[in-house]
Design a protein around this ligand. Sequence first.
Ligand code: GLC
Length: 567
Amino acid sequence: MDLTRTADLWWRNAVVYCLDVETYKDGNGDGHGDFRGLTQQIDHLDRLGVTCLWLMPFFPTPDRDDGYDITDFYNVDPRLGTLGDFVEFVRTAQDRGIRVICDLVVNHVSDQHPWFQQARKGRDAPYRDWFVWCDEPPKDGPTGVVFPDQETSLWEYDEASGQYYLHRFYKHQPDLNVANPAVRDEIARVIGFWMELGMSGFRVDAVPFLLETQGQDDAGLLPDPHDYLADLRAFLSRRNGQAVLLGEVNLPYQDTMRFFGDPDGVGDELNMCFDFIGMQRLYLSLARADAGPLASALRERPVPPRDAQWATFVRNHDELTLDKLTEDERNEVFAAFGPEPDMQLYGRGLRRRLPTMLDGDPARIRMVYSLLFSLPGTPVLFYGEEIGMAEDLRAEGRLAVRTPMQWAPVHAGGFSTGDPSRLPGPIPDGEYGPERVSVSSQRRDRESLLSWMSTLIERYRECPELRWGDYDVLDAGASSVLAYRADAADGTVIAVHNFADSPAEARLALDGLDASWVLTDLLGSDVSTGGTTKVSDGGEVRLRMDRYGSRWLRAERPEAVGGTMAP
Ligand code: GLC
């Protein structure tokens, strides 16, 4: 596999790591995470093997939606530092070879944003048409509130001007009107501004809602929302050919595919879309100890255009949404991983992190991350996953999974030297508190989850076949086992995972291989086989799988072993 390709299309082989500056590391002791603190921690990310950081919103905000409610697109929230601190951080990350992308939240603004403050002064006020107004909510307008615990409608009546405004999310987040060319120009300026300051792209928030103009009076001004997305991408690429758009599109596969654009070409809209369907089926597979649901998602999942890629993830900063499962399936996952009402959110998700859902079983947790790094797609980690942090249900709503990063078994987990009452969230105690779960203690322990993550990341980077090759889900001969192979021109990698609490045997038929091949374990060797497994004349192999076992295997001809990328 020609490694030069992996450099040009860097996002297809990236390790993306999402963090919130506010909860990562406090550099000045005031209780808040900030850019100076984050910058000092860059070597943790470098050692782990992260190649791209995704910063959650760090812009000025009243913070009623954890920063997803912005009052100024061209600045840094003063609690987190200054533009100067931001630039120093980006420069330091780049020095370590780490690219940085940030959230682009332009579906809406905070109702405190000066644009909206102006707009609501009257029907002829400046910026009025930057938002979406109506006298009566349209019958053919969009439906479905995103936060059903707080909102009952997408339209809020504005007393002062006697009209309703659209808000897809909270009522304090009025939607911008992208049908208005002035708004589109401003969004381009926002993109251009942060690119000048070194951003390599954006995680685009709520893409389907951003493009939605259904039921709006001026919808006709926006010829085709997908043309607009393609325009944005073209603008981005003109400014920097390596920049990417990673989109939040939680829709069925076929609908999500449209957001890559240009299905028969290289893709001219989003470079990457999160695989929400695969993620949800993963949890169903875990709940059932049956590889079937995830296997069927992988088989159904369309192949993106040539240069585009799915982004895979286990957890993110939001609730673990299960909205694309059937009600019965969702209830199965709730029963297995979040039976208490307090663990559930919006009737569709769980406000928990992985380790607690899996009762802290190290083998099972490792298996899930082994899947993440071997499944076709670009893996995206959420901060704290590398050390197995847990949620803290004392925090409200989705904030339960956004507690401060745990650096060391010391005051406030080493996150801050400040007054504990000023921290952005509780520090979990007990089994998952910093006394037991922290970066510094796991760094010294070769058996730790952190060491496992580093190994997985190393192997992942060494196996570009997994991203570039054609992949096939194999029949593993055991319902608990998921096996797939990725074939590139000069290499085949096979990944096998056991979802069951008991050992299993996988029997694979490997077309194209025969007794002149062996399979070499890439994650550590099975002592009984000396690290290699023989393939039969007919291309069959039998693999012993431990309970929750994970194996990555490279097909090699014994005379060539050592000549390839096998570690
Ligand atoms: C996205 C974000 C979520 C936020 C919402 C509104 O879904 O992931 O955290 O609340 O957009 O901006």
